[in-house]
Ligand binder design. Structure first.
Ligand SMILES: Nc1ncnc2c1ncn2[C@@H]1O[C@H](COP(=O)(O)OP(=O)(O)OP(=O)(O)O)[C@@H](O)[C@H]1O
Ligand SMILES: [Mg+2]
Length: 255
């Protein structure tokens, strides 16, 4: 349902994605993991076209865009594809001068031209879903990081995107606040929300991901069902990476 095919992304002469192909099934949760600088954020940003791939193709639902250095893809086509995605960032990025509910309504009213009352109704139901119904009129600055991130998730879901993209959604949060965000993402996963999550948090990944893509230096080293990649990786490199992270967090290991 979402397909990235032979994606290459260069910044100047630095090739940061080297022929990456990934398929994402509807209703699945895919974790992008791997060392810092490996290209996780860039890959996410190539799905919603915040970065334009140097070459390769991106398909979401029935829309496919092909990229190559000598094709200029029209902005309209890019915007149309992007609108089928919602993005959640590490640092929330709420509009500071809008209340929680206004943040969630914003895109519906300004981009999709929904009438105010209908947008408010949808925003309310989303804020309820993420456990923020008691804070609809709060300013972002008065909310905890976990609360801000839950509002950001509601905002990203408001236009009913085909896929929710999350870039390190818990890494700016203390463990306790991270947990409330993990709980919300886990609930969305159970409801069948298609998600792609770049994360260093293997606890988050192992809890909610069905599929794992291990990306290093712009190359997919290994991908497959979470149970296999996490617990029985095929590649020595993946095994070492997972061992390092689980040791850092004081969990398991091969002992
Ligand atoms: N806008 C940009 N201009 C130039 N280089 C960039 C840009 N964005 C990313 N890069 C480079 O692309 C490479 C991949 O970066 P990216 O942020 O995708 O990695 P990451 O896997 O998300 O890392 P982290 O785990 O630290 O978040 C890095 O070498 C980075 O310096
Ligand atoms: Mg990143």
């Amino acid at each position: 349902m979402i397909g990235l095919s032979h994606i290459i992304k260069r910044f100047g002469d630095n090739t940061v994605l080297k022929d990456v192909s990934v398929d994402i099934k509807e209703g699945s949760v895919t974790a992008l993991v791997g060392p810092s600088g490996g290209g996780k954020s860039t890959l996410l940003r190539c799905i919603n076209l915040l970065e334009i791939p140097t070459s390769g193709s991106v398909r979401i639902g029935n829309d496919t865009l092909e990229f190559s250095p000598d094709i200029k893809v029209p902005t309209k086509a890019i915007q149309q594809l992007r609108r089928q995605t919602g993005m959640v960032f590490q640092n929330f990025q709420l509009f500071p001068h809008r209340t929680a509910i206004e943040n969630v309504m914003e895109g519906l009213v300004t981009v999709l031209k929904w009438p105010e009352a209908k947008a408010r109704e949808r925003a309310l139901s989303l804020l309820e879903k993420v456990g923020m119904a008691h804070k609809v009129d709060a300013w972002p600055a008065t909310l905890s990081g976990g609360q801000q991130q839950r509002v950001a998730i509601a905002r990203a879901l408001a236009p009913q995107p085909q896929v929710l993209l999350c870039d390190e959604p818990t890494s700016a949060l203390d463990p306790e606040l991270a947990q409330e965000v993990v709980d919300v993402l886990g609930q969305l996963a159970r409801e069948g929300t298609t998600m792609v999550i770049a994360t260093h948090d293997l606890r988050l990944a192992s809890k909610i991901a069905h599929e794992v893509v291990f990306l290093e230096a712009g190359v997919v080293v290994e991908k497959g069902p979470a149970s296999e990649v996490f617990f029985n990786p095929a590649h020595e490199r993946t095994r070492r990476f997972i061992a390092t992270i689980t040791h850092q967090h004081g969990g398991g290991g091969e002992g």
